[in-house]
Structure formats: structure tokens, C-alpha cells
Design a protein around this ligand. Structure first.
Ligand SMILES: [Zn+2]
Length: 509
């Protein structure tokens, strides 16, 4: 089917989007949710399993206290109410990578409800309401062998690995988010970014989207102004922050083209394709009744002691938003400047560079200037550019010590990014060091004075500003390695004297 998609501006002029996000976070506990099997990544298939996570007859699950503590901390950080009493529920469905034929989850009694997370988009604060945060277990993984694409079509056999089955999974569900208009894709991305940062700060998961420890499903619908919300679709497989934004945008365009043609949106799951940036239909969406949820009879209810919850709340770390505000103040940045630091993904990098001894202004200059430019050119995240905060601090140290000028420092930084070594090593190996030794520079200065008698005359007659032209000439003959300040001093000293004058008092600079 080839349909020409409408322009984004036209879509948001005609329709109002409503988005919603469901995020799964794999907790970094040592053991699984209901058994003692280890949770670390990797390992031979089916070596991290036991009768409980394989669902063998007669085995009984026991809830992992560390996982319950982790989800309560997430709930508190997201301003949720924590249930004083709640239960797990069985979600019944068949899937080969789920050996019990049901998943232990939570249904009508989630442990955390009614929270919010504030995010910044375009200088405005948008409050995202959180409907629920609940605990469940992960499924195993199916590997299709023999097909061309790793998909089930064309595969000769499918292998199931249950190592991941039973790893604690937290699901965070927002309420529908209306009213964001053209900013809907950005709001979705800002929310997932902020959520990731909050959870990382809590230290309960490594929240790596590329490894699947943070997974996101994006709900999108469109409606005409002042009319009921439209039918929503749920886009799965959104594996990067950038894809969250792209998935919302692409689904808005697709739905608009269907609606424009007088069609109807089907409530369904759709798959996002990283390579093309569009979505294709998956299965039609089941409703809750299809899963025949009922309270899990093998587990006791969770009833966290309010005193324990209060203790956990009091011990929460400084959350990213508060942390950023404190840094902004310490660094003396305007809202706009802080926003560009955020947009560049440079907060932690600058923070670490400052911690290594650089001034905030210098740290910001390198990360937002040269390094951001290189990251954009090569299409990588700033954090993956190949230069570390320690190296940037070392580079600035060489500048502060007068060993490198700005231009040389840029060259050295290129070398760092290209993996040539530390700034000091590159400075040595490339023979880049500022020459400030007066003995070595005097000859070059005298040469420049002799070659430019007119300028020398001007300096002698008191036009000190003319020295700039001679500084340029000396920098040229020394291939930019002369210390400009020393050169200027030398020019004023030697240029002020008439040729052959035995003693000379330099003019004040
Ligand atoms: Zn197990």
C-alpha cells in the first residue's frame, strides 16, 4: 500500500493527539521475582532456571523483598500513593516463552497509584500523570532459527530460553496525555528520558533501552477539536529515546491519512521499525477480560508497613530535576543555557569534568562546542563520542598551564576523539606545544620587525595597536605554536628600539 502521508504541520492543525506511555523496567535485583535464580545477563540458555520459574507442578512462588522495596521507591519518586494492602493477579494466556501459561502480574490492585512526573519541553513544564506502577514477572525469550530475518516466517525451528523468565519487571503506566498538540512526540521522548533518569538515580535498574532493561510502548490517537478521543493504537518495539519521538510522529501521520480518507482506526498493536521509522500492524488488541485475571492464590498479599514506606521516602536520593536545578545555580547558567546543556545530553559529562577540576565555563565550552559538533557529525550520542570527562579536564589543564593555545587544544581534542591517546600523549606525539621561551622566539620577532619596517615605525611612534600585525606574522612563521602573549611583549620591547640602540627601555604595553 502506498499512501502519501500528509505534512505534520497540517496534521496538528486539523487533529488533536492524545498519547499515553507504558514503560517496562527490568529491576536489577540479584535474584528473580519469585525464586532464587540469578538474574545476570548472558549465560548458557536455560541454566538460570528452577522448578518455580519453569512453572513445574508443586512449586510455590515467594515474592522478592528487594523487588518490592525497589518498586515502592520508584512509586515514591513518581509521587504515587503506596497501597497499604494489595495482591498479585494471574494474567492467563499462552505463549511459548511463558512456561506457566500465565504471568504473575497485578491487575486491579497495583502497589503504586496516582502519581505524576514533571518534564520540561521547550522551556515549559508539562505534568505527566501516572495512573499506576505495578510489579510483574518477565517472560523468557524465543529464538527463531533458519529464517532469513530471525523471524518466525521461514524458520526451521524455534528455541526457547527461560533464563529471563521470572525476572522482576515494573510497569509504569501514564494516564492519557491530551493537549500537547504539535509537541506530542517531544513530550513522549522527554517523559521517557526523565523516567529513565529518575530510575537510574534510584539505582534499581540499569535502564538500558538497547539491552531491553527499559522498554516502551506508545499509545497514540487523534481526534477532531472538541470531539471525543479517537481510537488508539499501541506501538511496540520502541528501543531508543529517538524512536519514542519518531514512533509518535509516524503514527500521527499514518492515522491522519486514514482519517482524511474517511477510514477508521483499528484498535491494535503495531510494531515500530527502527530502519524505516514507520509502524506495521501486529495483533488486534485483547481486552482485560480476555486474560481472565484472578487473584494469585499461591502468594500472600503485600502489606508494606507504613513506617517502612516513610523510611524509604525519607531516604530517596536527590532526584534529577532538583539535581539539575542545583547544578544550574552552581554553574551560573540561564534557563536557556541550561536547556542547551540538557538538549545536548551533557549534564553528567559537564558535572564529571567540573569534578575533575575544570571550571564550569570551560567544561561547558568543550562539551557543547567541539565535542557536540563531532557527535552530530558522526550521529552518535555525546556520551559515546570517545572523549571522557577526565580527558577534557586534562586538556583544559594544559590550556590553563599555557602549554596549549585554543587552536592547538582543538587539534589535540580531535586526536582524543580519534583514539590517539591522552591529551598529554597527543600533545607530545604531534609536537604541539606552545613556545613561550623568549630565546626561541626572539629570532622570529626580529625577523618579523625587519620584514615589516613600516609597522615597526608605527610602534616606535607610539601606535602600540600596530603590534597585532607583527604578532600575526610571528604566529605564521612558528606555525601557530608561539605563545601570543610572549610574542606581543617581545615585539613591544624589541620593536620600540631604533636598530642599533645599545640600551632600550620598552614602551609600556
Ligand atoms: Zn527460578
Amino acid at each position: 500500500m502506498t499512501t502519501t502521508l500528509p505534512a505534520y504541520d497540517e496534521v496538528v492543525a486539523r487533529y488533536e493527539p492524545v498519547i499515553g506511555l507504558e514503560t517496562h523496567v527490568e529491576l536489577g535485583t540479584n535474584t528473580k521475582m519469585f525464586c532464587g535464580c540469578p538474574t545476570d545477563f548472558g549465560g548458557e540458555p536455560n541454566t538460570r532456571v528452577c522448578p518455580v520459574c519453569l512453572g513445574l507442578p508443586g512449586s510455590l512462588p515467594v515474592a522478592n523483598k528487594a523487588a518490592i522495596e525497589a518498586i515502592i521507591r520508584i512509586g515514591l519518586a513518581l509521587n504515587c500513593s503506596i497501597a497499604q494492602w494489595c495482591r498479585f493477579a494471574r494474567k492467563n494466556y499462552f505463549y511459548p516463552d511463558m512456561p506457566k501459561n500465565f504471568q504473575i502480574s497485578q491487575y486491579d490492585e497495583p502497589i503504586c497509584v496516582d502519581g505524576y512526573l514533571d518534564v520540561e519541553v521547550g522551556g515549559e513544564t508539562v505534568r505527566i500523570e501516572i495512573e499506576r506502577v505495578h510489579l510483574e514477572e518477565d517472560t523468557g525469550k524465543t529464538l527463531h532459527v533458519g529464517g532469513a530475518t530471525g523471524r518466525i516466517h521461514g524458520a526451521t525451528e524455534s528455541l526457547v530460553d527461560y533464563n529471563r523468565a521470572g525476572i522482576p519487571l515494573v510497569e509504569i503506566v501514564t494516564k492519557p496525555i491530551p493537549g500537547t498538540g504539535a509537541l506530542a512526540p517531544e513530550v513522549a521522548k522527554a517523559y521517557v528520558t526523565e523516567l529513565r533518569d529518575v530510575i537510574r538515580t534510584l539505582g534499581v535498574s540499569d535502564v538500558r533501552m538497547e539491552e531491553g532493561s527499559l522498554r516502551c510502548d506508545v499509545n497514540t490517537s487523534l481526534n477532531l477539536p472538541a470531539q471525543e478521543w479517537g481510537t488508539r493504537t499501541e506501538t511496540k518495539n520502541v528501543n531508543s529515546l529517538r524512536s519514542v519521538e519518531r514512533a509518535v510522529r509516524s503514527e500521527m501521520l499514518r492515522q491522519a491519512s486514514v482519517l482524511d480518507a474517511g477510514g477508521r482506526i483499528t484498535q491494535e498493536t503495531r510494531h515500530f521499525h527502527e530502519d524505516t521509522g514507520d509502524t506495521t500492524p501486529g495483533r488486534s488488541k485483547e481486552t482485560a477480560t480476555d486474560y481472565r485475571y484472578f487473584p494469585e492464590p499461591d502468594l500472600v498479599p503485600i502489606a508494606p508497613d507504613p513506617a517502612w514506606v516513610a523510611e524509604l521516602k525519607a531516604a530517596l536520593p536527590e532526584l534529577p530535576r532538583v539535581h539539575r536545578r542545583r547544578l544550574q545555580q552552581q554553574w551560573g547558567l540561564s534557563d536557556l543555557d541550561m536547556q542547551s546543556v540538557l538538549n545536548a545530553g551533557a549534564v553528567e559529562l559537564i558535572e564529571a569534568t567540573v569534578a575533575a577540576g575544570t571550571t564550569p565555563a570551560a567544561a561547558r565550552k568543550w562539551w557543547l562546542g567541539e565535542l557536540s559538533r563531532r557527535a552530530n557529525e558522526s550521529g552518535v550520542e555525546l556520551a559515546d563520542i570517545g572523549a571522557t570527562p577526565a580527558q577534557v579536564a586534562e586538556l583544559q589543564g594544559l590550556v590553563d598551564a599555557g602549554k596549549l593555545n585554543d587552536k592547538m587544544a582543538r587539534t589535540v581534542l580531535e586526536g582524543v576523539v580519534d583514539g590517539e591517546g591522552s591529551p598529554t600523549e597527543i600533545m607530545t606525539s604531534r609536537g604541539l606545544e606552545v613556545v613561550s621561551d623568549t630565546g626561541a622566539l626572539t629570532a622570529a620577532v626580529d625577523e618579523a620587525i625587519a620584514a615589516n619596517p613600516g609597522i615597526a615605525d608605527k610602534i616606535r611612534s607610539g601606535k602600540v595597536a600596530a603590534a597585532g600585525a607583527l604578532v600575526g606574522a610571528v604566529m605564521k612563521t612558528t606555525r601557530g605554536q608561539a605563545d601570543a602573549k610572549t610574542v606581543r611583549e617581545l615585539i613591544l620591547t624589541r620593536g620600540s628600539c631604533w636598530p642599533g640602540t645599545p640600551t632600550c627601555t620598552p614602551r609600556p604595553a
